[in-house]
Ligand binder design. Structure first.
Ligand SMILES: Nc1ncnc2c1ncn2[C@@H]1O[C@H](COP(=O)(O)OP(=O)(O)O)[C@@H](O)[C@H]1O
Ligand SMILES: [Mg+2]
Length: 246
């Protein structure tokens, strides 16, 4: 799916601004003064190897993990120290690493779990999700463990959409999926972006992620090593050597 690249040049107020964020687990400094920005209608990718701090960054933005220092702003409001629930209500959602789908619950019940922050619009959001993911409508009464890996990832994304977010954060969506299915998942993220959603995703699969994103940040052992447009990163010799197998 072709991306609308003109959006990259739009310099608006960032939807999300992470400012010099540091996060520790006891003695382990997982993030050290990380700063990133995500503008409305962008797809931004965080590229990083295992242990680089991708999950820590996304969970700190959502409010799951409190930072030791630094700030996070969402639509201009300071949100570090704000509980997850409130951040979800304000329009942030996270599709967790490993999908986090409830295996023994039906597809529909998994989706309804995602709606509990936005019950008023439940039916409207469900209808829209079924329109975007017809396979989930077809499988709505099946238990989630009977879905394929790709369908489970779709369910995890669809469940996040049930809270009617503005910013969708997706943690390593391609993990454990066959390459052809990975393409489908990235196509879905591009489609959602065209529908108006802003996307922040983390990936080790740098090539495909950069092909689908407007901009990226390279996270190396808890710090931002490099950032720029996707084409800049795809052509960077260091990125090529470390992440693109060139
Ligand atoms: N719950 C935890 N307790 C202690 N250390 C952790 C915990 N979660 C992550 N870490 C450490 O923080 C660093 C960043 O991890 P993580 O954010 O999971 O990276 P990534 O998602 O890029 O693989 C790693 O050194 C990891 O071992
Ligand atoms: Mg991770």
């Amino acid at each position: 799916m072709e991306l609308n690249r003109t959006l990259v040049d739009e310099k608006k107020t960032p939807m999300l601004r992470v400012e010099e964020l540091s996060v520790s687990y006891g003695q382990i400094h997982a993030l050290e003064k990380v700063s990133i920005e995500v503008y409305p209608h962008e797809i931004v990718v965080l590229i990083g190897a295992n242990g680089a701090g991708k999950t820590t960054l996304l969970s700190s933005i959502l409010g799951v993990k409190a930072p030791t220092s630094g700030n996070v702003f969402f639509e201009g409001k300071k949100i570090d120290r704000v509980p997850v629930d409130r951040n979800v209500r304000e329009g942030i959602c996270l599709v967790p690493e490993g999908r986090g789908v409830f295996a023994s619950m039906s597809v529909l019940d998994n989706l309804l779990l995602g709606a509990h922050h936005n019950l008023v619009n439940k039916d409207k959001n469900l209808a829209r999700v079924y329109e975007w993911f017809p396979i989930l409508k077809k499988r709505k009464d099946q238990v989630a463990k009977t879905l394929s890996g790709g369908e489970r990832q779709m369910l995890a994304i669809a469940r996040a959409l049930m809270s009617a977010p503005k910013l969708i954060m997706v943690d390593e969506p391609s993990i454990g999926l066959a390459p052809i299915i990975v393409n489908d998942i990235f196509d879905i993220l591009v489609m959602l972006n065209k529908e108006g959603y802003t996307v922040l995703l983390s990936e080790q699969n740098a090539f495909k992620a950069l092909k689908c994103a407007h901009r990226g940040y390279v996270l190396e052992t808890g710090t931002i090593a490099l950032s720029g447009t996707s084409s800049l990163l795809l052509n960077d010799p260091g990125v090529k050597a470390a992440y693109l197998g060139a």
